[in-house]
Design a protein around this ligand. Structure first.
Ligand SMILES: Nc1ncnc2c1ncn2[C@@H]1O[C@H](COP(=O)(O)OP(=O)(O)OP(=O)(O)O)[C@@H](O)[C@H]1O
Length: 267
């Protein structure tokens, strides 16, 4: 039988004045029609750190993540504030394409275009008007280096991206996001379709990338959250129940529902 947990929350993680934040939300609510899928989510994300969003299926993690760069605009109503560089980007006059260049997204299933590896990287860049071959070539190398894929593909840049393994395709999708020089990377269960070895590769890549980027990752894999994140937010039925340093979340969770979730006795 499902347990009834109260929605009383713990104090939400706050950061001292020395911590630079990449972005934060205040009282974010998301509605799919009459379905109130996200209640009052206020979370702050420290720059150059990895934050994991965890919780059971349907708890609202993807809904929250996709709202951060306005990917939910056409399917949901999102209220509340989304602060990014001092601007509330949840405003109608904000250029969402510009926002998505700064706040990139990598999805659960690797989704490279049916084009060459090189084209995958430069496609969006060219669409923004970058034409210079030297600049494009540099960006291809930098992005693939950043996603730890360069050494594996540098001699086959004109081969189809679809010929890569699933893990390589996912790193190509990360490289594709990096090509736009983002600031924040949102990843929605990026390893769920990958084998353990590819998962380790992606995790190592993310740990390296946090030196330059702020990373917010949805994961069902608690070991993964424990391995790579600095703080974790636990979602339950559309509520952020607890937001703590990852070590606290897994060693001394503050409330029963989190304790049950991380110990596997949730339900
Ligand atoms: N496009 C959509 N249209 C309508 N309702 C949606 C849509 N996407 C999600 N929802 C609803 O919003 C709630 C939260 O779903 P969401 O996908 O955000 O959860 P999740 O925690 O990411 O789940 P999972 O781990 O299975 O991906 C659910 O009730 C879901 O049915």
């Amino acid at each position: 039988m499902l347990k009834n947990y109260s929605f009383e929350k713990t104090a939400v993680q706050t950061f001292d004045e020395h911590t630079t934040l990449a972005m934060k939300t205040e009282n974010m609510q998301v509605f799919y029609g009459s379905n109130h899928a996200m209640h009052d989510a206020s979370l702050a994300f420290p720059k150059n750190q990895i934050t994991a969003l965890i919780g059971a299926s349907g708890s609202g993690k993807s809904t929250y993540l996709r709202s951060l760069n306005r990917m939910n605009d056409t399917i949901a109503t999102v209220t509340g504030k989304i602060w990014y560089h001092g601007v509330d980007i949840n405003q109608p006059n904000v250029n969402i394409y510009e926002i998505r260049r700064h706040i990139g997204m990598v999805f659960q299933r690797p989704n490279p275009f049916a084009k060459s590896i090189r084209e995958n990287i430069i496609y969006a860049l060219r669409a923004t008007g970058v034409k210079n071959k030297k600049v494009l070539d540099e960006r291809v190398e930098q992005s693939l280096q950043g996603a730890a894929l360069w050494d594996e593909v540098k001699d086959s840049l004109d081969k189809s991206a679809l010929a890569l393994s699933g893990g390589q395709q996912q790193r190509l999708c990360i490289a594709r996001s990096l090509a736009m020089s983002p600031d924040v990377l949102l990843l929605d269960e990026p390893c769920s379709a990958l084998d353990p070895i590819s998962t380790v590769k992606v995790e190592e890549t993310l740990l390296e990338l946090q030196k330059k980027y702020t990373i917010i990752i949805v994961t069902h894999n608690m070991q993964q959250a424990a391995r790579i994140s600095s703080q974790c937010a636990f979602f339950h039925l559309g509520h952020v129940m607890e937001y703590s340093p990852t070590t606290t979340m897994f060693s001394t969770p503050q409330i029963q529902v989190t304790q049950d979730y991380v110990s596997g006795s949730f339900g």
